[in-house]
Write a protein that binds this ligand. Structure first.
Ligand code: DGT
Ligand code: CA
Length: 581
C-alpha cells in the first residue's frame, strides 16, 4: 500500500513523542512536530513525487535531514531512527502516555521526579498526593489521573464477547473431539450474547466425566487450574479468561442448559412460576415431589411452566416472561435476514481493503447491496476526504459498482458532525450521495446539553439519514460522551433518521437497552459493520446479536429489506435540492 502524507506525519509525531519521553532536546521535539504538521497539510502525495523521481518541494521546517527521512519512509515504509528510539524507551512508559490527559511531556516529568514507570506506580503516587507536589502539575491533574485509572479498572473487568469467542471456540472443538463426548455447549452470558462476559460456562455430555475433565485440564492453553472435579472443573486460560466445564447427564441436559444459560434473574422468575404450580426446577431437572417430569430438552423444561422456548438473548427478565405467557414474544431478527451493509471504508481512507475487494467480499456473503462510506475531511486521523477528493471517490465507486450485476453499490459517506452540529460536506456533494451516514468523531468532552443540541442539530438537517454509533463508547476503552439519549431517540422517530446498531465488536453502539428504548420511541434501525477490511464484514453477526438483545425484529431493521424498500424507507433528500438535478 502506498505511503500517504498522513503516514509520514504519524511517524514524525511518534518520533517526537519518544524523544520527549526519553528526555530529548526540546528543540528537536518541536522540529519533528512541525515537520509532521507540514507534511500532513501538503496537498500533493510526497510518495508519488519521490517515486516519480522528482525533487521534494521546499516545505516549512523540512531541511535536508528530514527530507532524507521522508525518502527512507517512502522507500521502506519505516524509519530506522523510530525503531531505535522504541528500543530505548520502556514500553510501560509509552503505555502511560495512552492514559487520557497525560501525554509524553507529563509522563516524562513524573518519571523524572518520582521514577514512576507503570500504571500501578502512578496510582500509588497519586494516592499518596505526590503528583500535586510536582511543579506544573497540581491537584487537578492528580485527581484526573486517579479518575482515569479508576475508569480503566471499571471498564476492564469483563472481556468482550469476541475475545471470549476467540478463546472458547477452539476449546469447544477440542472438547468435542474427546473420546465419549456427545454434546458441548457454551451457556451463560456467552450464550445470551452479552457484549462482555465475566467467564465462560461450558456444558458437556459424555460417557465418562473423568476422561473429559482430564482432557480439559490438559488443554494446551490452560494457564492455571483453579478446581478439578468430576462434575466441574475451572481453569484460567493463557488469555486470562476463566472457563468452567460441567459434565451433565443426557437426561438433565435441557435443565442444566436453562439453569446455566441464565440469566440468574430469568431463572428466578421461571422458578417462581414453578412454585405456583407446585413443581421444582433446578439444574438436574423439573420435579413434582420426587418424580422428575422434565429435563432432557429446554423445550420440555419451559413447557412445564407453560412457556414456549425463549431465545437466549431475551433471557434477562426484562419482560420476556410476560411476553411469552401472552404469546407476544418478539420474533427477533436473524443474521440471514440481513441483505446488505451500509457502513464500510476502503483504502481510499482508513480502510485496509480496496473497493473491489470489499465489493467481492459483500457478494460472497450474498448481499444485495453495499454502501461505501468514506470519511469526510475533518476526520484527519482516518484520512477523511476533502470535498473534491470525495467527488472523485464517488465517481470511482459508481464506476466500480457498474461492473457487478449481482450487487448494487451505493455511494455513501460517513459525514462528520462538526462541533456546531453542521455536516462536514457541502450540499452539492450531499446531493450526489445515495446514503448519508452521520457521526460524531471529535469533541467528546462537551457538556451533556451542548452535546445533545449538537447532535439534535445534525439530525434536524434534512440530509442526515442515519446516525452512526450514537454514544461514541468503545467497550473496555472509553465510556462515550454525555448525551440525552431519549431526546436523540425521539428526534430519530420524528425526523425519520435511522439509528445505527454499529456491529464493531468493540463498539456495539447502540447497546441492547438503548436499542430497545429507541424502538419503543418509534425509531428505525440499520445494523452496519463499519468495516475497515473485508474480514470485518463478518462482524454483522455481533450487531445482529446486540439487536436481538434489544428485541429488534426484521421489520425494525432497514437493511433486512430489499434495496427498493430500504431506499424508500430512508429519509428523503430535500425536494429543493433534487428539483434541479
Ligand atoms: P457472567 O457474569 O458474564 O459470567 O454472566 P453469567 O450469566 O454467565 O453468570 P455466571 O457465570 O455467574 O453463571 C452462569 C449462569 O448460572 C447464570 O446465568 C445463571 C446460573 N446461576 C449462577 N448462579 C446462580 C444462582 O445463584 N441462582 C440461579 N438461579 N442461577 C444461577
Ligand atoms: Ca459466565
Amino acid at each position: 500500500m502506498a505511503i500517504t502524507n498522513n503516514d509520514i506525519a504519524a511517524i514524525f509525531n511518534r518520533v517526537a513523542d519518544l524523544l520527549e519521553l526519553s528526555g530529548g532536546n526540546e528543540f528537536r521535539v518541536r522540529a519533528y512536530r512541525g515537520a509532521a504538521m507540514s507534511v500532513a497539510s501538503f496537498s500533493q502525495s510526497l510518495a508519488d513525487i519521490i517515486i516519480s523521481g522528482q525533487e521534494i518541494p521546499k516545505l516549512a521546517g523540512i531541511g535536508k535531514d528530514l527530507e532524507g527521512k521522508i525518502g527512507e519512509i517512502v522507500k521502506t515504509g519505516k524509519l530506522a531512527q523510530l525503531k531505535e528510539l522504541e528500543s530505548q524507551v520502556p514500553t510501560e512508559l509509552i503505555e502511560l502516555t495512552h492514559l487520557p490527559g497525560l501525554g509524553a511531556k507529563r509522563v516524562r516529568l513524573i518519571y523524572d521526579k518520582l521514577g514512576v514507570k507503570t500504571i500501578d506506580a502512578l496510582e500509588k503516587a497519586a494516592r499518596s498526593e505526590k503528583i500535586r507536589a510536582i511543579r506544573g502539575l497540581g491537584e487537578k491533574t492528580e485527581k484526573n489521573i486517579l479518575a482515569e485509572i479508576e475508569k480503566r479498572k471499571g471498564l476492564q473487568q469483563n472481556v468482550r464477547l469476541i475475545d471470549a469467542i476467540k478463546a472458547a471456540a477452539p476449546l469447544v472443538e477440542y472438547l468435542k473431539a474427546v473420546n465419549g463426548v456427545t454434546q458441548v455447549t457454551v451457556a451463560g452470558s456467552y450464550r445470551r450474547r452479552k457484549e462482555t462476559v465475566r467467564d465462560v460456562d461450558i456444558l458437556v455430555t459424555c460417557s465418562k466425566a473423568k476422561t473429559v475433565m482430564d482432557a480439559f485440564a490438559a488443554y494446551p492453553l490452560v494457564k492455571q487450574i483453579l478446581a478439578k472435579g468430576l462434575k466441574k472443573t475451572t481453569v484460567v486460560l493463557a488469555s486470562g479468561l476463566q472457563v468452567d466445564v460441567r459434565a451433565v447427564s443426557e437426561s438433565s441436559y435441557g435443565a442444566a442448559l436453562v439453569y446455566f444459560t441464565g440469566s440468574k434473574e430469568h431463572n428466578v422468575a421461571i422458578r417462581k412460576i414453578g412454585v405456583r404450580k407446585k413443581i421444582k426446577l433446578n439444574e438436574y431437572g423439573v420435579f413434582r415431589g420426587k418424580r422428575r417430569i422434565a429435563g432432557k430438552t429446554e423445550e420440555d423444561v419451559y413447557a412445564t411452566v407453560d412457556l414456549p422456548w425463549i431465545e437466549p438473548e431475551l433471557r434477562e427478565d426484562r419482560g420476556e416472561i410476560d411476553a411469552a405467557t401472552s404469546g407476544n414474544l418478539p420474533s427477533i431478527i436473524e443474521l440471514s435476514d440481513i441483505q446488505g451493509d451500509l457502513h464500510a471504508h476502503t483504502t481510499a481512507t482508513d480502510g485496509r481493503s480496496t473497493l473491489e475487494e470489499m465489493i467481492e467480499a459483500a457478494i460472497s456473503r450474498g448481499y444485495k447491496y453495499l454502501a461505501i462510506t468514506e470519511h469526510t475531511q475533518h476526520v484527519t486521523v482516518a484520512k477523511g476526504l476533502e470535498p473534491k477528493a470525495m467527488r472523485k471517490r464517488l465517481a470511482e465507486i459508481e464506476k466500480a459498482g457498474q461492473k457487478y450485476k449481482e450487487i448494487t453499490i451505493l455511494k455513501g459517506a460517513e459525514i462528520d458532525i462538526l462541533g456546531d452540529g453542521s455536516l462536514d460536506l457541502p450540499e452539492e456533494i450531499l446531493e450526489e450521495l445515495d446514503i448519508r451516514v452521520c457521526a460524531v468523531h471529535y469533541k467528546f468532552n462537551l457538556t451533556k446539553e451542548e452535546q445533545t443540541s449538537r447532535i439534535l442539530k445534525a439530525m434536524e438537517n434534512p440530509w442526515c439519514q442515519i446516525l452512526a454509533h450514537a454514544t461514541g463508547r468503545q467497550i473496555n476503552i472509553r465510556s462515550g460522551y454525555e448525551v440525552d439519549l431519549p431526546a436523540i431517540f425521539r428526534a430519530a422517530a420524528q425526523h425519520g433518521v435511522a439509528l445505527e446498531c454499529n456491529a464493531q465488536p468493540a463498539r456495539l453502539d447502540l447497546n441492547d437497552l438503548n436499542l430497545r428504548a429507541a424502538k419503543e420511541a418509534g425509531a428505525k434501525f440499520v445494523i452496519s459493520t463499519d468495516s475497515h477490511h473485508t474480514s470485518e464484514l463478518e462482524f454483522m453477526q455481533y450487531g445482529v446479536w446486540q439487536a436481538r438483545r434489544g428485541w429488534l425484529e426484521k421489520r425494525d431493521v432497514l437493511n433486512s429489506q430489499s434495496l427498493k424498500v430500504l431506499l424508500s424507507s430512508l429519509r428523503k433528500a430535500p425536494q429543493a435540492a433534487l428539483s434541479h438535478k
